[in-house]
Ligand binder design. Structure first.
Ligand code: GLC
Length: 554
């Protein structure tokens, strides 16, 4: 049931045009951020109560993962009603209050939009199934007869990203086996047919609904997946799970998606206050990613190539150059991201040898991982463009790699028979206090167990400790605000540096990064602004500590 609001809508006053071009955007995963009602699950009230913390941290905007009505087959990325809040997260009035409070603090709110698929409990899909073959509502999804004498084989060879076939066979209302439907993700997430005008109309209306509520933008889930190639052709021998492979797949990155985003851009531009959209688009190359942010399309796209880069000076420099070069012709800002709710946290990725991908089961060398994670963050925040932070990275949280199988909830873990799908490890509720129930997450425990050591990593334990990761983030974001131009521009000037070290200049500023495991002696570049590890400047020289980043005012 869609809830209705009597209250008027609200927008952020004093908008700085182009605010998003250098914004630092903090991802809140609502289940795991703060629990307002003590049921062990985070909610909108919890988020609202912690907005002052986010303001004080120094971010510009908050992106909220889905909070819509959903059976939670994929933690809310299976939406049953795009205009309603799931009762476990609150009500539309709570969302309205959250948006208003955020705006009063000068924080912008970006919501997640999931247009590639709905939940199988969405009204359209439920009716499409119940009405049986011939239902007009089936045309809004991809229903097809099966292959084989009795239609017992899937209509094509596509596989679900979560493992297993991308098709599930339906049962007709009379109990006989029926047609199949397409789901690139879990069976509970049927893919929409974007060739159907009702689908496009519905999403334009959903955009307006949330824009009217006052949100400042959208993160577009699976933005590369909406349009499927004509005839849904087999892919043959391709290894389709490699999302960053060299080929455009018949279900990903089809050129037709861009028409959709051109239409959306017109709607966003109709609203005051620079409303934006950021694409979650996995494409074969950064150049193809740049297609999503042409001037008449979306504003930003996540830079997954950067997220996947190892802690290695040569590789980092190359991905930074490639990313900036790809965005330059379309005039969009580059974006940078190290962690999100789908990958192993970067403190744990960097604690392990390179080449293991973005879903890792081993804790690795924690101390090394944290050292590199702090350095990686300072590097990221010194680059031109917009940066995305994922809740808890400011505490230096590692992934929880030892969750028992019985508490796991990630559907991809189960569909991949426990060989993959370790996304629960980055979704464990974050610690606010050094002690107490779920370390201050809420009064009623936490939906995934937190490690015993997390009290020491809590906001409370780190606040005021100048060596803590939390204070490092606060200082970095403060310097970024005070140092005009740090996030602006579309280029960095590289300076000569020894092997394993990166050094680049921006206006009035130099960033040095030592990716090696040994200290490196260099002439000091200027006045020390901030460092990810203890550093001493002596007689005009500095020993850059192993795995560290230093910011200099020049
Ligand atoms: C995106 C989300 C991920 C979700 C998937 C299906 O990749 O980030 O969490 O499982 O889409 O909606």
């Amino acid at each position: 049931m869609t809830q209705h609001l009597a209250a008027p809508t609200h927008t952020l006053d004093g908008t700085r045009p182009g605010w998003w071009r250098d914004a630092v955007i903090y991802q809140v995963y609502p289940r795991s951020f703060a629990d307002g009602n003590g049921d062990g699950m985070g909610d909108l009230d919890g988020v609202r109560s912690r907005l002052p913390y986010l303001k004080n941290l120094g971010v510009d905007a908050v992106w909220l993962s889905p909070f819509y009505a959903s059976p939670q087959a994929d933690a809310g990325y299976d939406v049953a009603d795009y205009r309603a809040i799931d009762p476990m997260f609150g009500t539309l009035l709570d969302a309205d209050a959250l948006i208003r409070d955020a705006h009063e603090l000068g924080l912008r709110i970006i919501v997640d939009l999931v247009p590639n698929h709905s939940s199988d409990q969405h009204e359209w899909f439920k009716r499409a199934l119940a009405e049986g073959p011939g239902s007009a509502l089936r045309e809004r999804y991809h229903f097809r007869p099966g292959k084989g004498a009795n239609g017992q084989l899937p209509p094509n060879d596509w596989e679900s990203i979560f493992g297993g076939p991308a098709w599930t066979r339906t049962e007709n209302p009379d109990g006989t086996p029926g047609d199949w439907y397409l789901h690139l993700f879990a069976p509970e997430q049927p893919d929409f047919n974007w060739d159907h005008p009702a689908v496009a109309d519905e999403f334009r209306s959903i955009l307006r609904f949330w824009l009217d509520m006052g949100v400042d933008g959208f993160r577009v889930d699976v933005a590369h997946g909406l349009v499927k190639a004509e005839g849904l052709p087999d892919i043959g021998g391709h290894d389709q799970l490699k999302l960053l492979g060299n080929d455009v797949m018949p279900f990903f990155d089809q050129d037709g998606v861009h028409d959709i985003y051109r239409a959306w851009r017109k709607i966003l531009d109709e609203y005051p206050g620079d409303r934006i959209a950021v694409a979650e688009a996995w494409t074969p190359t950064v150049e193809r990613t740049a297609n999503y942010v042409r001037p008449d399309e979306l504003h930003q796209a996540f830079n997954f190539q950067y997220l996947g880069t190892a802690w290695d000076a040569t590789e980092l420099r190359s991905v930074i150059d490639l990313s900036l070069a790809a965005m330059r012709p379309v005039g969009a800002p580059a974006t940078w991201v190290l962690s999100n709710h789908d990958v192993t946290r970067h403190a744990t990725r960097f604690a392990n040898p390179p080449g293991l991908g973005t879903q890792i089961r081993d804790a690795g060398d924690r101390e090394l991982g944290l050292r590199r994670a702090r350095a990686a963050t300072l590097l990221m925040l010194a680059l031109p463009g917009s940066a995305y932070l994922y809740q808890g990275e400011e505490l230096g949280l590692p992934d929880v790699t030892d969750l028992p199988d019985e508490v796991r909830q990630d559907p991809s873990f189960f569909r991949a028979a426990g060989q993959d799908g370790f996304r629960d490890g980055c979704r464990v509720p974050i610690p606010w206090t050094a002690e107490g129930s779920s370390y201050g997450f809420g009064s009623g425990g936490s939906w995934l167990p937190q490690p015993d050591s997390w009290g020491g990593l809590s906001v409370e334990a780190q606040t005021g400790d100048p060596d803590s990761t939390l204070e490092l983030y606060r200082s970095a974001l403060a310097v970024r605000r005070e140092q005009p131009g740090l996030g602006e521009g579309d280029a960095v000037s590289w300076l000569d540096a020894p092997e394993g070290v990166l050094a680049f200049r921006r206006e009035g500023f130099v960033c040095t990064v030592n990716t090696t495991g040994k200290a490196v002696s260099l002439p000091a570049y200027g006045q020390l602004l901030l460092a990810s590890a203890a550093v001493a400047v002596d007689g005009g020289r500095v020993d850059l500590p192993a795995d560290s980043t230093v910011w200099w005012a020049v």
